[in-house]
Ligand binder design. Sequence first.
Ligand SMILES: [Zn+2]
Length: 108
Amino acid sequence: MKCVMCGGKTEQKKITVTELGKALGQFEADVCMKCGEKYYSEEAMRKIQVREKETGIFGLEAETEVTQYGNSLAVRIKKALSDFVGLKKGKKVHVYPLDAKKLAIEVV
Ligand SMILES: [Zn+2]
């Protein structure tokens, strides 16, 4: 097939998929030889999703709400996400900006 991103040629390969530091396994994909873009078949995407669920990383991304505590703001973090990074009430975190619209919260 032709790469949608750059028009380059793709080759079918078995590639190792890693998400959020968890190796999900090897899956068939058409990989662009020019830009590296990967195209998974529907079957491979379904298998990847099954592995995401098995490893507890499926659906961790979510929109959340900012609330106020006195002069400070608090961000609600759902349980699955806090469990994934080992965040608990009272735990120390390092908070810093990544750019003008992104914040990082690192568990210390
Ligand atoms: Zn490409």
